[in-house]
Design a protein around this ligand. Structure first.
Ligand SMILES: Nc1nc2c(c(=O)[nH]1)N[C@H]1C(S)=C(S)[C@@H](COP(=O)(O)OP(=O)(O)OC[C@H]3O[C@@H](n4cnc5c(=O)[nH]c(N)nc54)[C@H](O)[C@@H]3O)O[C@H]1N2
Ligand SMILES: Nc1nc2c(c(=O)[nH]1)N[C@H]1C(S)=C(S)[C@@H](COP(=O)(O)OP(=O)(O)OC[C@H]3O[C@@H](n4cnc5c(=O)[nH]c(N)nc54)[C@H](O)[C@@H]3O)O[C@H]1N2
Ligand code: SF4
Ligand SMILES: [Mo]
Length: 697
């Protein structure tokens, strides 16, 4: 290992461990420990701002709970062991399964991992384990938007334009994105746009902080965003504003469908006044550079791909998609949510955005890895299906960078499945709820303890720099993956002399792919960040991704006709879930951070509270077909009366109530938003559950 930086060395410029904005900051080190974070004006994304999560990130770094030794389950307890013992366990546990059927071993990755780790995890699954069953938590995140973009224009960069161009739009429509809480630096671009006279809409069943900042709010019913887009398309067609970005397949079919969505129907289904719909449509028609941005509120449904498709169709048919300002984009969420979906940890993917199904792509990557294309497995189970198969067809699972006990849909059932595994191997730096169930926990590396690159929500690749060494026996994640490959007797391809060799191999592996990073190097990124594709070491990067010819069979886009479920009957109470500004994801990294505080409550409207006999300070039991949870209410008029909102950052709450089985047919995204729910005061007598349920103990 290389020596840690000298005491009191120059601050280390690196990127934040949390969200997809990937703010840069300087990390000040004293005697080998990080002591302070200072924002920098040179940050190409946030230009000198860092949100409260980023500022508080150091509290995790030397937290007393930091994992510093491998832990092996013995006699029911997790006990510290040496690496030699841990790797001996890996050999004994996995080798017989791999010999019998590699598909019995699954791998679950993450959009929090650097590009290099993403690449290595995919290579590890396919070459060392030879399992088809690898997928990752991005399946829970922007997978529906990714699927819609891929099937329409052949690839997917969340924002195909530099973030700062948001400020040049004259109408910004945020569909199910609470950016003031979740991607705070983006608010500066909204403010620039508003100062220039732009109108900003937040489409959200709740009057969020973002809705306040935006100025315009449409409180749609949960799950009706796609119908709203069809209603807008209907009016654009009626008013003569159809002028597609470029010729495309499917235009006529999509336009014909819109005839069936007149404003009266759309307003009724979306639960909004018809006049508000007409006003938004008029503003969209009048705008020169309107920008539609979708977030998880629109996307995390069993019809999420079609919902995004409907908004993408609108932007495309009105001639805005891919033009200056972008026209449409999806707001990627995790730190490396963008790069994490490009480099081979998806069940059907090879590095550089290549397809595991394409014989040419298989041959290219096999050649780089020095194996025959036939040695590469075929696509395996997608994330939720992989977790659903645990304890049955899948007998061992390796988790790197996710906490499905809290974050998976139907977490009660998933927890039972994880408990039923023969071997659950978790690589983490903190004892997440999933790590606490593991048979083996391996102490990995935190953001400031490793080198790498991440790709932010506008496709901007930046360096993450190592400032300190991992404490105790904790190891860099990439070294752990190499150790695991050696432990199962397949070290070939995992014997890097150092990180740099891995990184250079990763850049090379993307050459010729849609997400081509092959023109990048650590030195180039030291000079400036770069937006992909970057196919040449001497050529430019690509701030504007979507040219009107696309990487599809004939260069044309294909618009698809979306379909949506029948509207829910009025007065059905619907649970939706999401985020709070002060917490991050499944909470491993933020619930124990004293600088970040937030409350786990069920947000309900005063009318709903009254109807259910609930008052301030009461607790409510929420019940769905999938489970139940009890927590305090927060009564607020800032939510529709037919909607209940829960944050998902805590165990034993939101995801006990979500459906583990119903997935979007294209993206395989579970319906995190939109579950029929009933409420009763926690002290009221229980009525019989609709189905036996699993509660998380
Ligand atoms: N503080 C914080 N920031 C984060 C994260 C975090 O955990 N905490 N996570 C990061 C990640 S991985 C992601 S993916 C992003 C997500 O960022 P966002 O997409 O902003 O996150 P959510 O809170 O899940 O959903 C946004 C909004 O959708 C609304 N909503 C719910 N159902 C519907 C619906 O059917 N239609 C519409 N139109 N709106 C609906 C919710 O009320 C919520 O306000 O945030 C990133 N940033
Ligand atoms: N109900 C509901 N559920 C949801 C959502 C929702 O809106 N509602 N949102 C979904 C979305 S968008 C997402 S992205 C997922 C996120 O949920 P998860 O997939 O659970 O992601 P995190 O909570 O970020 O978990 C990351 C875990 O890995 C560890 N970790 C982070 N980075 C690294 C690393 O580099 N190395 C190692 N070794 N460990 C690391 C952390 O300590 C933590 O324990 O949740 C999904 N679940
Ligand atoms: S906005 Fe995102 S990347 Fe920036 S400091 Fe906050 S959490 Fe970190
Ligand atoms: Mo996410």
């Amino acid at each position: 290992m290389t020596a840690p930086p000298a005491a009191d060395a120059r601050p280390v410029r690196t990127t934040c461990p949390y969200c997809a904005v990937q703010c840069n900051f300087d990390l000040h080190i004293e005697r080998g420990l990080p002591v302070k974070i200072t924002p920098t004006r040179e940050c190409p994304v946030a230009h000198g701002t860092v949100c409260k999560k980023g500022l508080a990130a150091l509290n995790d770094v030397r937290h007393p709970n930091r994992l510093t030794q491998p832990l092996l389950r013995r006699g029911g307890e997790l006990v510290p062991v040496s690496w030699a013992e841990a790797l001996a366990y890996i050999r004994e546990a996995l080798t017989p399964l791999l010999e019998r059927d590699p598909a019995r071993v699954g791998v679950f990755g993450s959009g929090s991992l650097t590009n290099e780790k993403t690449y290595l995890l995919g290579k590890f699954a396919r070459l060392a384990l030879k399992t088809p069953n690898i997928d990752y938590n991005g399946r829970y995140c922007m997978a529906s938007a990714s699927a819609a973009l891929n099937r329409t224009v052949g690839y997917d960069r969340g924002l195909g334009f530099p973030l700062a161009e948001m400020g040049e739009s004259d109408l910004i429509v945020l569909v199910g994105a609470n950016i003031a809480e979740t991607l705070p630096p983006l608010v500066q671009h909204l403010s620039v746009a508003r100062r220039r006279g732009a109108l900003v809409y937040a489409i959200d069943p709740r009057a969020t902080t973002t809705a306040r900042v935006a100025g315009q709010h449409l409180a749609v019913r949960v799950g009706t965003d796609g119908v709203l887009a069809l209603g807008l398309l209907h009016l654009m067609k009626r008013w003569g504003h159809i002028r597609p970005t470029a010729p495309a397949h499917g235009l006529l079919e999509v336009l014909e469908q819109a005839d069936a969505y007149p404003p009266g129907r759309v307003a009724a289904e979306c639960g909004i006044p018809e006049a508000d719909l007409l006003t938004l449509a008029q503003r969209y028609a009048d705008a020169v550079r309107p920008l539609i941005l979708t977030g998880r509120g629109a996307e995390q449904h069993a019809h999420g791909t079609d919902t995004v498709q409907a908004w993408l169709n609108l932007a495309y048919l009105c001639g805005h998609f891919g033009k200056p300002g972008g026209g449409y984009g999806t707001l990627t969420g995790q730190g490396n949510g963008q790069g994490g979906r490009e480099h081979g940890q998806k069940n059907d993917q090879l590095p550089g955005g290549r397809s595991l199904r394409d014989p040419r792509h298989r041959a290219e990557v096999a050649a780089l890895w020095g194996v025959s294309p036939d040695d590469l497995p075929q696509p395996g189970l997608s994330a939720q299906n992989l977790l659903n198969a645990c304890g049955r067809e899948v007998e061992a699972l390796i988790v790197l960078g996710s906490n499905p006990v809290v974050s998976a849909a139907g977490a009660g059932q998933i927890t039972e499945n994880l408990r039923a595994l023969k071997h659950l191997i978790v690589i983490d730096f903190l004892p997440s709820e999933t790590a606490q169930l593991a048979t083996l926990v391996l102490p990995g590396s935190m953001w400031c303890e490793e080198e790498g690159t991440t790709t932010n929500l506008e496709g901007r690749v930046q360096r993450r720099r190592r400032a300190i060494t991992a404490p105790g026996a904790a190891r860099e994640d990439w070294r752990i993956l190499c150790d695991l490959a050696a432990a199962v007797g397949r070290p070939q391809g995992f014997t890097y002399s150092g990180f740099r060799e891995l990184q250079d191999e990763f850049f090379r592996a993307t050459k010729g792919g849609k997400a081509d990073y092959s023109g990048l190097s650590a030195e180039r990124l030291d000079r400036a960040s770069a937006q992909w594709p970057v196919p040449s070491a001497t050529g430019p990067d690509t701030p504007h991704a979507y040219a009107p010819t696309y990487p599809t069979a004939d260069g044309l886009a294909t618009l698809h006709v979306p379909s949506f479920p029948l509207p829910t009957p009025p007065r059905t109470l619907t649970l939706t879930t999401g985020r709070l500004g002060g917490q991050y994801q499944s909470g491993t990294q933020t619930r124990r951070n004293p600088a970040l505080r937030a409350e786990n409550t069920a947000q309900i409207h005063p009318d709903t509270a009254r109807e259910h006999g609930l008052g301030p300070g009461d607790s409510v039991t929420l019940r769905t077909l999938h489970g139940q949870a009890t927590l305090p209410v927060s009564i607020s008029p800032a939510i529709r009366a037919d909607t209940v909102f829960l944050p998902f950052h805590w165990p034993g709450a939101a995801n006990l109530l979500t459906d583990p089985y119903t997935l979007d047919p294209v993206s395989h995204m579970p319906a995190f938003k939109g579950t029929p729910v009933t409420l009763r005061p926690a002290h009221a007598p229980a009525c019989a559950p609709a189905r036996p349920e699993v509660a998380l103990t």
